[in-house]
Design a protein around this ligand. Sequence first.
Ligand SMILES: [Zn+2]
Length: 83
Amino acid sequence: MKPPICAICNKDFRVNIKSGGKVWFNISDEDKTINDANNEEIGFIAHPRGLAWFCGEHLDIAKKYSHLELKEAFIVIRKELNL
Ligand SMILES: [Zn+2]
């Protein structure tokens, strides 16, 4: 599991974990297969694909695009934020 660092701005909010949150994105069939393989090998310790942390500032926009796959969502979010 990754530490709570915003996937958009890299803000580390470990000190105040409730200021942000986790968002599950859609995962492709390919990623699902990888997840299953990883889980069998090393248990459930690995950070699952399709899951990302966001600070309070970026949590809403992340949820707005959570129906997309992570890669696609990042492209759209960055575009919307002019990053
Ligand atoms: Zn952020």
